[in-house]
Design a protein around this ligand. Structure first.
Ligand SMILES: O=c1[nH]cnc2c1ncn2[C@@H]1O[C@H](CO)[C@@H](O)[C@H]1O
Ligand SMILES: [Zn+2]
Length: 371
C-alpha cells in the first residue's frame, strides 16, 4: 500500500518548506560576486581571485581544512570588504533576500561589530547600517513574494576583550533589531568564562545569549557555557555526543551534562556541513544529529557560513534527508524546535509556529495526494 511516509521530500519541496535559521554569520554568507565588487569599490587589494566563480570555490576549499583556526582565516577577506556603511547595508540586505528566496521565514543573523571599525565607523554606526540592510532586504523579499523576519545577534570575539562593551551595545539596541548576543572565534584556549562579566550583565538585564561551545573543543566548554555563563542556547554544542554512551545492544546512557542539556531543553544550534569542514565530524552519516534527534534533544539545523560551506538551509535539509531518510515531519520538527528557541517574544514565536510553519508543512504534506 502506498503511504505518505514513503515519499521523501523533493529538493523543490524542501526549498518551499518554511525554514528557520538561528546560527548564520553575516560575514560568512556574502555572495562571491558582492565580495568582488565591494573589494573593487573600496580598494581592498588582498583577494585571492577577482573572478567570481574562482573566488567562490576558493572560499569553499580554503575553509575545508579540517581545522577551525584555518577555517576562520578565510573571514579576513569578507570582513575586509565590510568596513563602510554602504557595504554593511548591502551585505545585510542581500543576506535577508537570499535567505528569503531559500524559504527561510525567520532568521537570527550574527556578526561581530568590533570587526567592522577599520574604516572609521563607530559600533553604533555598524549596528545601524546592518539593521537598515536587514529592513531593506525584508522589503525587497516581500516585493518578490517572500516573507522573512530577520533579527541580529551581536557577537564578541572570544580572543579579544570587548565582550562587555558589545553586550552593552546589544542591550541598547534590543528594541531596535538586535535580539541577542554571542561569542565566537577560536574555541581552544579561549574558554567562555573569560567573558563572565558580559554574560552576567546580560542576565541582570533579562537579555538573551548563545555561546559557540562544543565545536572544536569538548565538554568542558559546553559545561562552562551553561553552568558558569548561563547560555540560553549552544552554538554547535555537537560535542555533547562525548557525554553519551551507546552500548552494543543499542541502549543509551546519558552522562550528567548530556542529561541536563536534554532535560532543560537547551537548544543545540547544529551546523552539519560546517562541522565537516572544520573536522568536528567526518561524514554526514556519522554526524551526531541522527542520534541527538532520536534521543529528542532540542536539535536545530543551521547553515553557519553559507559562503564558506557553499550551503543554504535547503541544502542542509537535503543532506539530512539523503543521509537519515527524514520526512517532512522531521523537517517540521527541526523548524518548530528552532522557532521555539528563537530570542523574540513568546507570542510571536507561537504565531510563527501556528500561522506560518505548521500551515506551510501541512500544504506540502498533502501534495502526495494530488500527484
Ligand atoms: O563556526 C564558527 N565557530 C567559531 N567562530 C566562527 C564560526 N563561524 C564564524 N566564526 C567567527 O565569527 C565571526 C563573526 O561572525 C567571524 O568573523 C568568524 O571569525
Ligand atoms: Zn558559528
Amino acid at each position: 500500500m502506498k503511504s505518505q511516509t514513503i515519499h521523501a521530500p523533493t529538493a523543490e519541496q524542501i526549498r518551499r518548506a518554511p525554514k528557520v535559521v538561528l546560527h548564520d554569520h553575516l560575514d560568512g554568507g556574502l555572495r562571491p560576486g558582492t565580495v568582488v565588487e565591494l573589494a573593487r569599490e573600496n580598494g581592498y587589494g588582498s583577494l585571492p581571485y577577482d573572478d567570481t566563480d574562482k573566488l567562490g570555490s576558493w572560499f569553499r576549499e580554503a575553509a575545508d581544512s579540517g581545522s577551525l583556526e584555518r577555517y576562520l582565516e578565510t573571514f579576513a577577506h569578507t570582513v575586509g570588504v565590510m568596513q563602510t556603511e554602504n557595504a554593511l547595508r548591502r551585505v545585510a540586505a542581500e543576506c535577508a533576500e537570499d535567505l528569503a528566496a531559500d524559504g527561510v521565514v525567520y532568521a537570527e543573523v550574527r556578526y561581530a561589530p568590533e570587526q567592522h571599525l577599520e574604516g572609521g565607523l563607530t559600533l553604533e554606526q555598524v549596528v545601524e547600517a546592518v539593521n537598515a540592510g536587514f529592513r531593506e532586504g525584508e522589503r525587497r523579499a516581500r516585493e518578490n513574494g517572500h516573507r522573512i523576519r530577520v533579527g541580529a545577534l551581536l557577537t564578541a570575539m572570544r580572543h579579544a576583550a570587548r565582550s562587555l562593551e558589545i553586550a552593552e551595545l546589544a542591550n541598547r539596541y534590543r528594541d531596535s533589531g538586535v535580539v541577542g548576543f554571542d561569542i565566537a572565534g577560536a574555541e581552544a584556549g579561549y574558554p567562555p568564562t573569560r567573558h563572565l562579566d558580559a554574560f552576567e550583565f546580560l542576565k541582570r538585564e533579562n537579555n538573551h545569549f548563545t555561546i559557540h561551545a562544543g565545536e572544536a573543543f569538548g565538554l568542558p566548554s559546553i559545561w562552562q557555557a551553561l553552568q558558569w555563563c548561563g547560555a540560553d542556547r549552544l552554538g554547535h554544542g555537537v560535542r555533547i555526543i562525548d557525554d553519551i554512551q551507546v552500548a552494543e545492544d543499542g541502549s543509551v546512557e546519558l552522562g550528567r551534562l548530556a542529561a541536563y542539556v536534554r532535560d532543560k531543553r537547551i537548544p543545540l544550534e547544529l551546523c552539519p556541513t560546517s562541522n565537516l569542514q572544520t573536522g568536528a565530524v567526518d561524514s554526514y552519516a556519522n554526524h551526531p544529529i541522527g542520534l541527538l534527534r532520536r534521543l529528542h534533544f532540542r536539535v536545530t539545523v543551521n547553515t553557519d557560513n553559507r559562503l564558506m560551506s557553499g550551503t543554504t538551509m535547503s541544502r542542509e535539509f537535503e543532506h539530512l534527508v539523503e543521509t537519515f531518510d527524514y520526512a517532512l515531519d522531521d523537517l517540521q520538527w527541526f523548524t518548530v524546535n528552532a522557532m521555539k528557541s528563537a530570542f523574540i517574544p513568546f507570542d510571536e514565536r507561537v504565531a510563527m509556529i501556528d500561522d506560518v510553519i505548521k500551515p506551510g508543512y501541512a500544504t506540502l504534506k498533502a501534495e502526495w495526494l494530488f500527484r
